[in-house]
Design a protein around this ligand. Structure first.
Ligand SMILES: NC(=O)c1ccc[n+]([C@@H]2O[C@H](COP(=O)([O-])OP(=O)(O)OC[C@H]3O[C@@H](n4cnc5c(N)ncnc54)[C@H](O)[C@@H]3O)[C@@H](O)[C@H]2O)c1
Length: 259
């Protein structure tokens, strides 16, 4: 295989959780552009249908499936994986991207809010990894790419986000632990830790001093990242070009964590 071929995903099936918008959608598009057939998993069929239609227009000839799935429910993940396998075949690459963010001071956080954050951002990654990983282990091949965050490595400023930070730190350790356990089964598990990326997740801050002073000002490259810049890293990590990479978290933050 030539070097450029090893970066492609031809013939692979890629499943992306939270694929209907934002970084997940960009990952789906980059995967399709790299030759993969792609399944979008998200909470609502209507947004999945709209995303799939857009994707088919943006990547003509691509095969795109959709599947409703709530990653915070083990039952939902099991059902989604079963239905997807019937229509789509085995999944070669799972991208655990679905996630939420919430800024609440620790002393004011309701227990239910803490639980929900951990349930979606951390338990959801474990549920999907276990359910899809079981089939990968049987096949003795596959890769799982988890979307963590630089917030799993540092405490961001100025927003208080203890539950988010903890959930993403958990994703980074989950990645290492699964990578070690599943390496003998031919399954690689890796993560990406993005910095500030312009999506609806941080829309409420656009045009504010917080964004300009702390987030962009704190980024050596002097700007926020784009979903495509995360997606390209994901495609690399999912591909054979990264065949000796497992357990690693690749930081894509414009240098934010350097300062
Ligand atoms: N935007 C950033 O700056 C940034 C930085 C670092 C990490 N991240 C991470 O990247 C991932 C994607 O973030 P984004 O900015 O694209 O967010 P987004 O809000 O634009 O998209 C998130 C998607 O996940 C889906 N989702 C939410 N809960 C779900 C659930 N329980 N089951 C299935 N799908 C669910 C949403 O419906 C949505 O389509 C998240 O894990 C986020 O923490 C984002």
């Amino acid at each position: 295989m030539s070097t450029s071929d090893s970066f492609r995903l031809d013939g692979r099936s890629v499943a992306v959780t939270g694929g209907a918008r934002g970084i997940g959608y960009a990952i789906a598009r980059a995967s399709a552009n790299a030759g993969a057939q792609v399944a979008l998993l998200d909470l609502e069929q209507a947004s999945l249908d709209a995303a799939a239609e857009k994707l088919r227009e943006e990547v003509p000839g691509s095969r795109i499936e959709t599947q409703v799935c709530d990653v915070s429910s083990y039952e939902s993940v099991e059902g989604a994986a079963r239905q997807l396998e019937e229509r789509f075949g085995a999944t070669d690459v799972l991208v655990n991207n679905a996630g939420i963010a919430h800024n609440v001071a620790a002393e004011e956080m309701a227990v239910a809010e803490w639980d929900r954050m951990l349930q979606i951002n951390l338990s959801g990654v474990f549920y999907c990894s276990q359910v899809f990983g079981e089939k990968m282990i049987e096949a003795n091949r596959g890769s799982i790419v988890n979307i963590a965050s630089m917030s799993g490595l540092i405490v961001n400023r100025p927003q208080p986000q203890v539950a988010y930070n903890v959930s993403k730190a958990g994703v980074i350790m989950l990645t290492k632990s699964l990578a070690a356990e599943w390496a003998p089964h031919g399954v690689r598990v890796v993560a990406v830790a993005p910095g500030y990326i312009q999506t609806s997740l941080i829309e409420g801050f656009l045009g504010t001093d917080v964004l300009r002073d702390y987030w962009v000002g704190g980024t050596p490259l002097g700007r926020m990242g784009t979903p495509e810049e995360v997606a390209n890293v994901v495609v690399f990590l999912a591909s054979d070009a990264a065949s000796f990479v497992t357990g690693a978290t690749l930081v894509a933050d414009g240098g934010y964590t350097l300062w």
